[in-house]
Design a protein around this ligand. Sequence first.
Ligand code: LCS
Length: 393
Amino acid sequence: MDTKKSGFTSKLVHSGSISDEKGSAVTPIYQTSTFSFRDADHGARCFSGEEKGYIYTRLGNPNTDELEVAVAELEEGFGGIACSSGMAAVNIVYLTILGQGDHMVGHNALYGPSRGIMEKLYPKYGVEYDFVDCTDIENIKNAIKPNTKLLYLETPANPTMGITDLKAACALAKEHNLIVCVDNTFCSPYLQRPIEFGADIVLHSMTKFINGHADIVGGMLVAKDEALYKDLKYVMTNVGFNMDPHQAWLVRRGLKTLSIRIDKGQENSIKVADFLEAHPKVDWVLYPGLKSHPQYELAKEQMDGPGAMISFGLKGGLDAGKKMMNNVQLALLAVSLGGIETLIQHPASMTHSKLTSEAREIAGISDGLVRLSVGIENVEDIIADLDHALTYA
Ligand code: LCS
């Protein structure tokens, strides 16, 4: 079925689907490393009937193809590249765009390893970087140098919920011939499509909302045009960052319910954010759907909804955070996000406990910061759980 003109949810259900000769309603899993050639002169057999010529799964497989077609269509890009993790996707971008003597500008509060890998590994290969607060376009302008090649954004950012003006950032980047990559993990294409605003590459940790069931790790890149798609794909296949067919099949299944999962998580989040904002033990709440978010108006303009991620600060700091974590019952005390189950985490005592309080502040993570990924459970149960745990905070 040609889904190019279909609505978003119809695309979720049908895009890229492959019907086989047995008429299965769901694409089978092509759990194979290699494909037999029809004869010495022709490419491998293709079950979809197209002259696709599958050869070897690291280079392409019907299950990764199906997922790539679907996500690329949803993001309104030229082509998708499924890969083994969100971090594989990040590294494919860095390896493709940056080389000896090149410079990148990135948002200062990215998902930790997306920044960490640049600071730790890439200087070995002569790559330079500056991480600045990209929520202020002036900072990007001031950081661009003659050798800058890449502008790397994440909006809303993890976990500070800072929002970058994509239209303004992309326009500025074009004046300087920069490639713009936007990590769209927190929104998914249901809530934000960065290519519409001028981005060249969209990146996802599909571990999160796209898959939505906390049962795989995976990544996706969507390139705006063919040339960029080919360059990114070359790195993916040759560094070996490919996604396994079974993993791709699971993600394609999860993707089918993206809009209804996000609608429900978002409806819950609006109520949870209001509850937290009114709670006496909570100092601040950062949620793009609250008028108190510093970029509330911008969020309304570039996002189709505020999403299901909330950060909030406890007045009692580190100790209060630990006590709250030890008293949640419904929310899982876990990293990751974007699944159907509510997850809660306190970076100062969990993921960032090895850093000093000062180093955490620099990374935008105060001692009382708690991050919540709101699930699709009954909202009364989520609020009751938080309310109970907050009595200990
Ligand atoms: N980008 C964002 C915005 C992320 O939140 C993550 C993972 C990644 C990229 C990397 O994706 P992965 O390789 O894990 O699929 N975020 C995580 C988090 O907040 N807690 O645990 C993982």
